[in-house]
Write a protein that binds this ligand. Sequence first.
Ligand code: HEM
Length: 210
Amino acid sequence: MNVAAVHTTSQSFTHLLYLIAANPAWAATLREEIEQVIEQYGYDKESLDRMRRLDSFIQESLRFNGLGVLASTKLALQDFALSDGTILPKGTFVAAPLRAMHHDDGNYADAGTFQPWRFYREVDECGGEANAQSMTTTTTTYLSFGHGKTACPGRFFAALELKMITANLLLNYDVKLEGDSTEIPPVSWYIASRVPNMKANVLFRRRQKD
Ligand code: HEM
């Protein structure tokens, strides 16, 4: 559980931290939404559901950055026939090509560009439409949490966690990269894993509330 839960969430948040520090305009838009929702509805799980721009921002980072090249790696413990007749002999490893799918223009317009509001949809009421599509909705082309019967069972928890940490950051701190840089610090690759920069500094200042 620790392996599945900890590095996934912390790496995902580190990407968000750099994105926010490098893009003050996106940070301002997110902060405005978070403050508006809290002012109108208070701060609870339903309010987090109502933060649709925040949801879109995190989903876009999961799409664009992701954890690496592959998702849903499986080992055939016995000969296994796929529905199209392909036989996976016992001992075969298979995985879904997460990064290739997420960066295919056929699946996402201008897939190589980070578009923070790509998944934003305006909704009136929380509960129905608001939750129908979100960062936790897996599809055959959005594979950040895998898909099908072994899709990540921790994703609803992870989504709340990421939203709460990001909201807390935006509500209480101004952040920026060293030298006011707007360049995301370069990522590292470990075999098929894509890891956010581990050495860059982010400057934090407690927000001056008026
Ligand atoms: C942003 C955070 C996370 C990401 C991107 C993520 C991603 C994934 C992916 C891609 C899989 C493979 C799914 C498949 O085989 O189709 C997976 C499986 C899993 N995840 Fe997560 N995960 C995250 C957070 C968490 C958290 C917080 C927990 C637990 C509290 C968790 C628990 C698990 C478990 C137990 C599995 C194995 C499920 C199975 O094979 O039946 N994950 N996750």
